[in-house]
Design a protein around this ligand. Structure first.
Ligand code: UTP
Length: 293
């Protein structure tokens, strides 16, 4: 029985939808209230049992590596000033038992290419892929944990999907599953960003995958697809010809933090449950709404 203990975090994209904010700052470091998107993603993976974290980065993403490293100067300063709560916050970002690896993607050739960059660290075991710009609040059980359960039962690749508006099909990989199936369904096909008329269903792939290592051969055989990039979806379509792949209609709420509106929605939702600011923020929001009425 195979177990998933490694996860890839592709963070080498350009984040053009957030320019100029992302000119010198990684999109994945943008905070939801006070915690960067990438830390939310890492915490989800930690809770799901991941112990090895592989970040696919680029030259403009050094802040991510720094975020998960210790910062001696800051820590010494917080200690000297007796700021023990803040010190615990910065020291507790990752437990000492886990390990991080950073691999540079030389140019942003697509998500599939980013995943392929991790091949040498993942030769023969299943692994997770987590996209930090999809922030998912799974409630009691995170999306990745739900996927782990499906993997343990099926030993097959698992892709998280959610119902999307038919008119949005060009923004997603779309899986071919019947709309009335159980939360877990074997997929019959997958296609990247189809026109609404060609979409095989209304279920779009979100940024969580558990993949078997056979995906690497498929990625090596995948040429540029939609947008001139090596698409992970195209390699998954190839893998499907060799192995069963499951779709999971996960429980929870996804925020598309790669888009401005999704990011703002997530900020409001997380601020409304943040222990420090929730109460005051609710009042603030009420004032705004009343002003607009
Ligand atoms: P996106 O499709 O959101 O692209 O990538 P992007 O470049 O980050 O953002 P926009 O569209 O220009 O605004 C989804 C995830 O895949 C990573 C991104 O960092 C993001 O986390 N990615 C994408 C890579 O690591 N490498 C790539 O070549 C492309």
């Amino acid at each position: 029985m195979m177990k998933v203990t490694k996860a890839i975090f592709p963070v080498a994209g350009l984040g053009t939808r957030f320019l100029p904010a992302t000119k010198a700052t990684p999109k994945e470091m943008m905070p939801i209230v006070d915690k960067p998107l990438i830390q939310h993603a890492v915490e989800e993976a930690l809770a799901a049992g991941i112990t090895e974290f592989i970040f696919i980065t680029s030259s403009s993403k050094r802040a991510i590596e720094d975020h998960f490293d210790s910062n001696f100067e800051l820590e010494a300063n917080l200690f000297e000033r007796g700021k023990h709560e803040q010190l615990a916050l910065v020291q507790g970002i990752l437990p000492p038992t886990v390990s991080c690896a950073y691999i540079r993607q030389k140019s942003p050739q697509g998500l599939g290419h980013a995943v392929l960059c991790a091949k040498q660290l993942l030769s023969s075991e299943p692994f997770a892929v987590v996209l930090a710009d999809d922030l998912i609040d799974g409630g009691k059980e995170s999306c990745l944990q739900q996927m782990m359960t499906v993997f343990e039962q099926t030993q097959a690749s698992v892709i998280a999907v959610e119902k999307i508006l038919p008119s949005d099909s060009k923004k997603y990989g779309i899986v071919d599953i019947a709309s009335n199936t159980q939360p877990v369904a074997k997929i019959a096909g997958i296609v990247e960003k189809p026109e609404p008329a060609n979409a095989p269903s209304n279920f779009g792939v979100v940024g969580r995958y558990i993949l078997t290592p056979a995906i690497f051969n498929m990625l090596e055989q995948t040429s540029e697809g939609s947008g001139g990039e090596i698409q992970l979806t195209d390699a998954i379509a190839k893998l499907l010809k060799k192995e069963p792949i499951m779709a999971l209609k996960f429980h929870g709420k996804r925020y598309d933090c790669g888009s401005k509106l999704g990011y703002l929605e997530a900020t409001i939702a997380y601020a409304l449950k943040h222990p420090e600011v929730a109460k005051d923020f609710q009042l603030l929001l009420r004032d705004f709404v009343e002003c607009m009425a």
